[in-house]
Design a protein around this ligand. Structure first.
Ligand code: ADP
Ligand code: MG
Length: 316
């Protein structure tokens, strides 16, 4: 039987690579980190709980990937470069095989972004994974939800609704397409895009709870509103074959997209095209910010579409 300290030691060995800025990593009472001069630290935390954020069928490696990915998506939305993370694990029983798979998935994504695992906590309890991620942004330059102005263009990266489609398919007992499964289990945070938006986007958020809710946060924080065209929503091949209302519900309120939604001043379309080509990330203008508060979704027939729910919200 492996105890807490052996488990931690195992994680420490898996995470042993040297990283810049880590004065002291896993093993003491706290990590000692040295931020770059002239930068602000951006800190974010997200938890994944069994039964709420993933099902029993989800592989340990997928959960490890996603536990970090959702945090890196928040850093991306702030324009921050990921540097360090802390990982708190609650496990109902000692399970080295599961932990190996989980930490493997976590560290594989961490390696892609040069991020170091520098500490955490390991204890017994219902399966729960809590990650704190730290990133850096040039001082005073972090992207925020506030700052959009009426007339600004609303842009989203990638496609919307595919993770929600995968979840809907699985709940209905059908096997989702590969693109949809990857969107749900292996989201790739838009880190390079977030960094490139510094000094260009007037506001930014990551779409975790659904476009309507998250664009609503930008509108509220910016003291204005938004109007989007449903015909412009970036849509995958599989989703385009679904009936319009089902598709819009998934794209507006399905959640789990981990794309960025941001605003830019009008007239910057050429820069947007250049950025999309340079980063190889689809960027689509879906509407604009307006004076009137709230988010209005215009259907192709000119009517306003109201999704059946507004987005994912715990305790509701
Ligand atoms: P303490 O009792 O002082 O909180 P712990 O025994 O919990 O210390 O942790 C020892 C060291 O191992 C600390 O540096 C801590 O950050 C690290 N650690 C514990 N659990 C994890 C984990 N799941 N992932 C990464 N580091 C961890
Ligand atoms: Mg502890």
């Amino acid at each position: 039987m492996t105890g807490e300290f052996e488990l931690i030691d195992h994680i420490r060995q898996m995470a042993a690579d040297a990283h810049e800025g880590v004065v002291l990593g896993i093993g003491d009472d706290g990590a000692v980190l040295r931020p770059l001069a002239g930068h602000d630290l951006v800190a974010t935390a997200d938890t994944l709980n069994a039964g709420v954020h993933f099902t029993a069928e989800t592989s340990a490696a997928d959960i490890g990937h996603k536990a970090l990915a959702v945090n890196l998506s928040d850093l991306a939305a702030m324009g921050a470069t990921p540097r360090w993370a802390l990982l708190s694990v609650s496990l109902s029983a000692e399970d080295s095989a599961w932990l190996n798979g989980f930490v493997g998935g976590f560290l594989s994504l961490a390696g892609d972004f040069g991020l170091a695992l520098v500490g955490g906590d390991t204890c017994a309890g219902d399966l729960s994974l809590a990650v704190t991620a730290l990133g850096e942004v040039p001082a005073g330059k972090a992207l925020t939800r506030g700052g959009a102005k009426p007339g600004d263009l609303v842009v989203v990266s990638g496609c919307l609704g595919d993770a929600a489609l995968a979840l809907a398919d699985r709940s209905a007992g059908t096997i989702p397409g590969e693109f949809q499964s990857l969107a749900l289990d292996r989201p790739i945070p838009r880190v390079a895009l977030g960094v490139s938006l510094i000094g260009k986007a007037t506001s930014c958020i990551d779409i975790s709870d659904g476009l309507l809710a998250d664009l609503g946060h930008i509108a509220k924080a910016s003291g204005c509103g938004s109007e989007i065209e449903l015909s412009l929503l970036p849509t995958s091949e599989s989703l385009s074959q679904r009936e319009d209302r089902q598709r819009w519900n998934l794209q507006l309120a399905g959640g789990d997209d981990y794309e960025l939604c941001f605003t830019i001043s009008p007239g910057l379309e050429d820069q947007l095209t250049a950025m999309s080509e340079r980063l190889d990330v689809p960027l689509t203008v879906i509407g604009k910010m307006v004076e009137a508060s709230g988010v209005r979704c215009m259907a192709p027939d000119g009517g306003v579409f109201q999704p059946t729910r507004s987005g994912y919200e715990h305790f509701k």
